[in-house]
Design a protein around this ligand. Structure first.
Ligand SMILES: N[C@H](CCC[C@H](N)C(=O)O)C(=O)O
Length: 289
């Protein structure tokens, strides 16, 4: 079974080409594959399939708005096997993979996601490095809520980027104190406000057009980057700064991305790296049950 491995600012993914949706992907198999000791190891999994093929076998109940049957669809799963609506770093790696393998010959095309159509522009793509902008669509503020980290209560804004986020801007945070935060345990949050769980970003205030951010992801744990999270962080940082639109460089442990916010919509530009490709042993995969 063919696979590739890639990452966007060190948020890493196993990529499974499966255009006709021949693979069964129960959660326990994904969790084993993404486990960093008993499997290949990754924050998440990207199945590469045609949207119509996913709908035909019932993986998708229907085609999401704006997604055509022959669009490539990013069937994203978190490392614990759970399904998430959208993955911003994942779309960049997905688009890079399509161009690098020749599955897609255009530089501008739509990637389908459970959150809807995500148009991409591939600025550069060779067999290792890519540079991609993703139209992240409409971003919706959900109101104020809080997170608890190491016994401290942090004020945040709930933000819908197709998936749920709580972005906590702490004006007293410095890069050093942010780096010192213990995120090994999942931050506490209000399950009434986020009944489907939440990705939690903690970030410094906007300064010189940039913020520093760490993230604890739903279904994964702390990651070195979260693309949808950088969009939520940029929206929250602009809002705390008294702005609604603007460009923000979001610096995460795994690198840097640029988020543009305009009229309630966002775009995310950043790198992608394809690290390796190979074969997953069919018998190992089957024995997972
Ligand atoms: N853990 C997220 C999905 C992956 C998001 C992140 N990897 C990104 O790049 O946006 C969730 O459950 O909503």
């Amino acid at each position: 079974m063919e696979f590739s491995k890639g990452h966007g600012t060190e948020n890493d993914f196993v990529i499974l080409p499966d255009p006709d949706v021949a693979l069964a992907l129960p959660a326990h198999r994904i969790a084993a594959l993404c486990d960093r000791r008993r499997g290949l190891g990754a924050d998440g999994l990207l199945r590469v399939a045609r949207a119509g093929a996913l709908a035909a076998v019932g993986v998708l109940p229907e085609l999401p708005e704006g997604v055509a049957a022959d669009d490539w669809f990013m069937d994203y799963r978190n490392g614990d096997g759970s399904i998430a609506e959208m993955c911003g770093n994942g779309v960049r790696v997905f688009a890079h993979y399509l161009r690098a393998t020749g599955l897609e010959l255009r530089d501008e095309f739509v990637v389908g996601s459970r959150a809807g159509a995500r148009p991409v522009r591939v600025h550069a793509a060779d067999h290792v490095h890519g540079d991609v902008t993703v139209d992240m669509g409409r971003v919706r503020e959900l109101g104020a809520s809080t997170a608890t980290v190491g016994g401290r209560v942090l004020e945040g804004i709930g933000i819908d980027v197709g998936n749920p986020h709580l972005a906590c801007v702490d004006p007293d945070l410095t890069p050093a104190s942010l780096a010192a935060l213990d995120l090994t345990a999942a931050p506490g949050f209000d399950p009434g406000f986020f009944p489907e769980g939440v990705n939690i970003e903690i970030l410094t205030a906007l300064a010189d057009g940039a913020v520093q951010m760490r993230v604890h992801e739903r279904g994964v744990g702390e990651t070195r980057s979260c693309g949808t999270g950088t969009v939520a962080a940029a929206v929250a940082a602009l809002r705390a700064h008294g702005d609604s639109d603007g460009k923000v460089e979001v610096r995460v442990p795994g690198g840097r991305v640029e988020v543009s916010v305009d009229g309630g919509r966002a775009a995310l530009r950043g790198p992608s790296v394809l690290v390796a490709g190979g074969q997953i042993d069919d018998r190992w995969w089957t024995e997972l049950g």
